[in-house]
Design a protein around this ligand. Structure first.
Ligand code: SAH
Length: 238
């Protein structure tokens, strides 16, 4: 995993697209935005379109050359709405995300987006190690700039393996100790209740582990389950 994944917009002309790109990045846990010669920045329209992602805009760097934007980057991927004859063969956003995320931990990588009207120049694309094309309608393959950023940012989120687990609220999944506590409790309840014969355990605990590892319960859910086990055993013996 690289240190930073830079999103670089080359000469964006609409501040609204800058704001929408910042929002797309924020929703996918990216925060390093570099703008090469933006037509207008900072700008009220960019702020409005960024919605809750103002921090990405505030930290964004505006520079005057592509060299500055790419300084220190070990791997550069360029996006193109059209098939190009020059440069490397185009790969999909998924393959590109995997390649970028494979970079060593001490380097920066960059993902380049072009101008709304004309995209990236051939010269700019020649600076790229990878060329990415989002598969689209061959008769109309040009996405809005921020929409293209959204798709690549989403693929990067999946490739980083940091897709948030869907749990109640924002709770993190339980840690290893809490899970082990649950398994020990389940096993002793299964034995005490007569459901599990310790002389012939078969695969019960392995199957229960598989079930709860798949569910990734949070600590509160673990407490509910353990509270329920305690109450059931107490009722049985009480
Ligand atoms: N007419 C321009 C379109 C530019 S769209 C051209 O042909 O290049 C603005 C930017 O959005 C592009 O430079 C690219 O960064 C991104 N983009 C739009 N559609 C894309 C697609 N299908 N695949 C990859 N990037 C795309």
């Amino acid at each position: 995993m690289p240190r930073h994944i830079r999103i670089v917009l080359v000469e964006p002309s609409h501040p609204g697209n800058i704001g929408a790109a910042a929002r797309a990045m924020r929703t996918m846990c990216l925060d390093t935005l570099v703008l090469v010669r933006p037509a207008r920045f900072p700008d009220a329209e960019a702020n409005a379109r960024a919605s809750g992602a103002l921090d990405v805009l505030r930290r964004a760097r505006a520079v005057t050359t592509l060299d500055e934007a790419l300084q220190g980057c070990a791997l550069v991927a360029g996006t193109s709405a059209r098939r190009r004859d020059l440069g490397p063969p185009a790969i999909t956003p998924r393959a590109c995300a995997a390649r970028l995320c494979d970079a060593p931990p001490d380097v920066d990588v960059a993902l380049l987006f072009g101008r709304e009207r004309t995209g990236l120049t051939n010269e700019e694309l020649e600076r790229c190690h990878l060329l990415v094309h989002i598969p689209a309608n061959p008769e109309y393959s040009s996405l809005n700039l921020a929409a293209a950023v959204q798709i690549l940012a989403y693929e990067l989120l999946l490739a980083r393996g940091t897709a948030p687990v869907a749990t109640d609220g924002d709770a993190l999944p339980a840690n290893v100790e809490e899970m082990e506590g649950l398994y020990a409790h389940l096993e002793s309840a299964a034995i005490t209740s007569g459901f599990l014969d310790p002389q012939q355990p078969k695969h019960l605990m392995r199957r229960l582990r598989r079930l709860f590892n798949r569910a990734q319960p949070d600590p509160r859910e673990i407490n509910i389950l353990r509270g329920l086990l305690t109450a059931l055993l107490r009722a049985r013996h009480g």
